[in-house]
Ligand binder design. Structure first.
Ligand SMILES: C[S@@+](CC[C@H](N)C(=O)[O-])C[C@H]1O[C@@H](n2cnc3c(N)ncnc32)[C@H](O)[C@@H]1O
Length: 270
């Protein structure tokens, strides 16, 4: 399949995320609309809670890029953050996030936008920019991505990333032609793969259903590409840790090997 250029691929991704939004909604294990009303609502891991404690989240202004349905940002607000803004390209995800936000008794707003297009109105606004699971791969140009992060952070503000490790991009998933249950750790794609992944079986990592989907385009990035773009933006690296546990669910079947870096946290400061 030919790869559309930017911004067309992003518009197609927007449609693909709009398409999966109602499917995800059906498959969440908990009733989010009910759950977000509780003061103790949280979908955060212990690792994320520790980092937010280290960043003294109470009274901080927090942005989440690629916020999806807002459940993670709402969880950060429940830790006492002053207010939060979630940005996401999907109309349907932002609609759901806005509804969950309004039910959550927290001060949050959700903005439908491509990250590259986040406006000047947000320049210097945030103490913390938060990015999680399955976000960086949607951007072909990481220099441009981290320039936006730097622009919206206030002086001394922090960037916190909790992401899937790019090494996972080298392996095949069950359901793919290249997947071999006898050799689950077989390298299928180059770590330096330059062309995007094109997904046409859908983006339902919540219910794990497959459907004939609108294509979604994502970009593999090496760790050095991520770090270089971050440093190019002017941010200072404060911490980087790799973990053996999976945070995607999609690759959870590989945790048993305890041989791969499967996720990482990254802390940077303006
Ligand atoms: C895998 S989700 C990750 C978000 C969150 N960590 C979660 O687990 O729900 C990726 C999100 O990125 C959004 N997204 C994709 N491309 C984007 C772009 N160019 N700008 C802003 N959001 C984008 C999608 O709409 C989707 O909600």
């Amino acid at each position: 399949m030919d790869m559309p250029e930017y911004p067309d691929y992003a518009e197609q991704n927007r449609e693909a995320w709009n398409e999966v939004a109602p499917i995800h909604r059906q498959h969440w294990k908990i009733d989010l609309r009910q759950a977000v009303q509780s003061d103790s609502f949280s979908v955060l891991s212990d690792i994320e809670r520790e980092v937010f404690a280290q960043l003294s989240v109470p009274d901080k202004t927090v942005a989440q890029l690629c916020c999806n349905n807002g459940r993670e940002l709402i969880s950060v607000l429940k830790l006492g953050a002053k207010n939060g803004t979630g940005f996401d390209i999907s109309d349907e995800m932002i609609k759901e996030a806005t509804l969950l936000g309004s039910l959550s008794h927290t001060r949050c707003e959700f903005v439908r936008t491509h990250v590259y297009d986040i406006g000047e109105a947000y320049a210097g606004r945030f103490d913390i920019v938060y990015i999680t699971i399955g976000s960086l791969g949607w951007f072909h140009d990481l220099d441009r991505f981290f320039a936006v992060v730097n622009r919206i952070l206030c002086p001394n503000g922090h960037l916190f990333i909790y992401e899937m490790h790019p090494i996972l991009d080298m392996l095949a998933l069950p359901g793919e032609d290249a997947y071999d249950p006898e050799q689950e750790l077989r390298i299928v794609y180059s770590y330096f793969k330059a062309d995007p992944f094109v997904e046409t079986n859908g983006l339902d990592y919540v219910g794990n259903t497959q459907y004939e989907a609108k294509p979604a385009y994502s970009f593999p990035h090496t760790i050095s590409a991520i770090l270089t773009a971050l440093l190019n933006s002017g941010l200072a690296l404060r911490g980087f840790t790799e973990y053996r546990h999976d945070i995607s669910d999609t690759f959870a079947f590989l945790e048993k090997y305890q041989m791969l870096p499967m996720s990482y946290t990254l802390l940077a400061q303006k």
